[in-house]
Design a protein around this ligand. Structure first.
Ligand SMILES: NC(=O)c1ccc[n+]([C@@H]2O[C@H](COP(=O)([O-])OP(=O)(O)OC[C@H]3O[C@@H](n4cnc5c(N)ncnc54)[C@H](O)[C@@H]3O)[C@@H](O)[C@H]2O)c1
Length: 356
């Protein structure tokens, strides 16, 4: 019997085409639609379902409310040969971040490093897709963003900082080398995991969030009325402030609690990002760098395991294994999630999502 939580498999190519068709029907150019859809599908492939295609209804609602410009083309200004700024012009965060990482990589290829500050942007989903762009070009990267208030500063109890992810990466060693990709929110869990639990009718662990009365809760709806808890106390809240310094204060975008949330349809988001690409073969050959990365990987995953642990993973490796599995088997979506996405398809008259 079919229930709203029954899971179906969606092929990545079908998902990419479906998301692109909804985006273009909502006024996005096909070039930008491909970039946005690819960022979302990569999140679903990597198992970061919180930041994948299920975000489409909220993004489309922002277009309908005219608080995100689907036609905007970000503008790049060179500050120095290794520094540029991007005015996102309220385009999709995926589009502004794509412009920024492309420019950062090209500066790094020529001068060893490229640093790009981005203002007036939007949510760019899972930061790892931006890091992956650098890794694919054999570059290291730092990828920071700020985000809407969801987390108290240490000692506080109201939302003041974003659950803003810190991401960075480096190419791995050898032909099958696993890259290093660390992509982490400074909270115990990303807020998207609470939205996912709400969507799926699941409970959440009680150490993720406080409800509106400041008490621990396992109810995702009550958690969304309260605050997400920073990981590691003052250290998590310090990292959230760091994301705001580099992405908000520095860029000229909103900061200090003024960024609009992806589910707040009353105002523009004005998100800022900070993106750096670094050429890893500045001090030695690329081959030697990769050999050293392979040595690091081997020592990390070969560490002596603590009791109860079957396997040690390199940062980003679990997501890479998910990707390999989902490329073979498809991406799982619940029936309710597919129905939600198909409402968007119906609204603009495009073909519904195919699934098995
Ligand atoms: N755009 C935004 O505003 C925004 C805001 C919040 C979160 N996000 C996204 O949400 C996603 C989820 O964030 P999160 O903090 O919940 O991620 P997470 O806790 O699932 O993972 C964080 C990092 O730890 C690594 N990791 C996890 N388990 C591991 C293990 N057993 N061994 C070794 N490494 C391990 C992962 O590879 C990852 O690099 C990220 O992609 C982030 O970019 C985006």
């Amino acid at each position: 019997m079919s229930t709203s939580q029954q899971v179906h498999q969606v092929q990545p190519n079908d998902l990419q085409r479906f998301v692109e068709s909804i985006l273009t029907a909502n006024g996005v150019s096909s070039e930008h639609a491909e970039i946005i859809a690819s960022g979302l599908v990569q999140a679903d492939l990597r198992g970061v379902d919180t930041h994948g295609a299920n975000r489409i209804p909220s993004y489309m609602e922002r277009i309908r409310r005219k608080i995100l410009d689907p036609t905007a083309v970000p503008e790049v200004t060179e500050a120095t040969p290794v520094v540029a700024s991007v005015d996102g012009k309220n385009a999709f965060g995926f589009v502004a971040a794509d412009v920024a990482i492309t420019r950062a990589i090209s500066m790094a290829r020529q001068f060893g490093i490229g640093m790009v500050s981005v203002k007036h942007s939007n949510h760019y989903g899972m930061a790892a897709w931006v890091v992956q762009r650098a890794v694919d070009a054999d570059m290291m990267s730092l990828v920071f963003t700020n985000s809407s208030p969801a987390l108290p500063v240490w000692g506080g109890r109201s939302k003041s900082m974003g659950v803003s992810p810190l991401a960075c990466g480096a190419p791995g060693g050898g032909p099958a080398g696993r890259p290093f990709i660390l992509d982490m929110a400074p909270s115990v869990a990303a807020r998207g995991k609470v939205y996912k639990a709400l969507r799926r009718g699941e409970k959440i662990p009680t150490d993720w969030a406080l409800d509106g009365d400041g008490a621990p809760t396992d109810d995702p709806a009550r958690a969304l009325e309260g605050v997400m808890l920073p990981m590691g106390g003052p250290k998590g809240s310090g990292l959230a402030i760091m994301m705001d310094v580099f992405s908000g204060v520095l860029s000229g975008s909103a900061f200090a609690g003024d960024v609009g949330g992806p589910y707040d349809f009353t105002k523009t988001a004005d998100v800022g990002h900070f993106i750096v690409a670094i050429k890893p073969d500045l001090f030695m050959s690329l081959d030697e760098f990769k050999e050293r990365m392979q040595c690091l990987y081997d020592r990390v995953v070969g560490s002596e395991k603590m009791a109860g642990v079957d396997r040690i993973y390199f940062p980003g490796e679990i997501e890479l294994l998910n990707k390999e599995k989902r490329e073979r088997e498809g991406i799982p979506f619940t029936e309710a999630e597919i129905a939600n996405l198909n409402k968007e398809a119906e609204m603009v008259g495009v073909e519904k999502l195919r699934y098995a």
